[in-house]
Design a protein around this ligand. Structure first.
Ligand code: NAD
Ligand code: UFG
Length: 339
């Protein structure tokens, strides 16, 4: 009996594989390595002391998926595989809809042909669009997304809900991640974006390590206390632990469940910069730039449901510790998994 982790070589996937193996689950990883390196899995093996069976394959490749389900005794799928760069999705909508939606439909087809009807899906806080009120609960209405990436998450949530409604043998858990940062304490695995980072934390760590000159802060005239946007930054190891809890929920035949995974606390861009500086003693030069298209001023989670129903709560004490962990990874691996 094993858990298939699609996209398991990526940032959140590799950390989740560590937590799964630590919880004694057998894990099989499938990834096409389009945005990751197999080295992450070698590092996972160093951390857990257990082998990570790996298939280099694409979720669009039905025959390859079928081979995995035929060979391995898969009981549930944790589905991370997907393209996730917001701006790129605006330029390449077809690629995003095809990879994320057709890919997931292909995965689901292979799953049901092999009698596997348990899935945990990586959704995102982006499905709330611009929330009218924060913190958002799972009952907060979904909103209009501002980019094709966001729509793939919103549409896939709907598709998975409809599939579960039509066939109650399915267990579907939609996890809406807020903003994952941090890295495993060992500094062996972490976030390794290709090209110029889109997200705040990898940009900050690349400035700190000397790869970028300064950070651009996208707007300081938002209706927030310091004028910069507020997000709910959550440690990636806490997110990983949330998947283990979600698997337990699936084992109870939970049907359809939706959970926010965040800390419940919002932090501004300037607060993140200052926390990083305090945690590391490194100054981050920055200048204020125009607002980034599509950014919402404020989004953070109400996380009571995940606590009530999964017994999950973020354990990391705060931003400073998350920054320290991101920095340990970046400073020990200035070029990520590259040479
Ligand atoms: P990541 O890019 O590091 O990991 C995704 C993995 O999927 C990569 O290893 C990539 O090679 C693989 N992949 C992509 N397309 C594939 C395909 N067609 N077939 C097989 N493998 C494929 O990203 P991440 O940050 O670890 O995100 C994991 C999931 O969580 C994604 O679905 C992402 O959209 C979602 N998510 C991420 C965030 C975030 O801020 N990181 C926030 C909300 C949701
Ligand atoms: N920011 C900067 N400068 C940068 C990068 C980001 O000021 O160089 C700001 C952004 O404007 C935003 C905040 O930092 O205010 C956080 O930005 P990120 O790009 O790190 O995160 P987002 O909240 O925009 O988006 C992330 C993921 C999405 C996901 C979303 C869910 O990238 O995939 O969280 O909330 F959908």
């Amino acid at each position: 009996m094993a858990i298939l982790v699609t996209g398991g070589a990526g940032y959140i996937g590799s950390h989740t594989v560590v937590e799964l193996q630590n919880a004694d689950y057998d894990v099989v990883v499938l990834d096409n390595l389009s945005n990751s390196s197999e080295k992450s899995l070698k590092r996972v093996e160093r951390i857990t002391g257990k082998p990570v069976p790996f298939y280099r394959a694409d979720i669009l490749d039905k025959a390859a998926l079928d081979r995995v389900f035929e060979k391995e005794n898969i009981t549930a799928v944790i589905h991370f595989a997907g393209l996730k760069a917001v701006q790129e999705s605006v330029r390449k909508p077809w690629e995003y809809y095809n990879n994320n939606i057709t890919g997931t439909l292909t995965l689901i087809q292979s799953m049901r042909e092999h009698g596997v009807k348990n899935i945990i899906f990586s959704s995102s806080a982006t499905v709330y669009g611009t929330p009218a009120q924060v913190p958002v609960t799972e009952e907060t209405p979904k909103g209009a997304c501002t980019n094709p990436y966001g729509w793939t998450k919103s549409m896939l949530e709907q598709i998975l809900q409809d599939i579960q409604y039509a066939d109650r043998e399915w267990n579907v858990i939609l996890l809406r991640y807020f903003n994952p940062i941090g890295a495993h304490k060992s500094g062996l695995i972490g976030e390794d974006p290709s090209g110029i980072p889109n997200n705040l934390m990898p940009y900050i760590t690349q400035v700190a390590v000397g790869k970028r000159e300064e950070l651009g802060v996208f707007g300081d005239d938002y209706p927030t206390p310091d004028g910069t946007c507020i997000r709910d930054y959550v440690h990636v190891m806490d997110l990983a632990a949330g998947h283990v809890k979600a698997l337990k929920k699936i084992e109870e035949n939970a049907g359809l469940c939706i959970y926010n995974l965040g800390t419940g606390k919002g932090s501004s861009v300037l607060e993140v910069i200052h926390s990083f500086e305090e945690a590391t003693g490194i100054r981050i030069p920055y200048s204020v730039k125009p607002r980034r298209e599509g950014d919402v001023p404020e989004n953070y989670a109400n996380v009571e449901k995940a606590y009530r129903e999964l017994g999950w709560k973020a354990q990391c004490p705060g931003l400073k510790e998350m920054c320290a962990d991101s920095w340990r990874w970046q400073s020990q691996n200035p070029n990520g998994y590259g040479e």
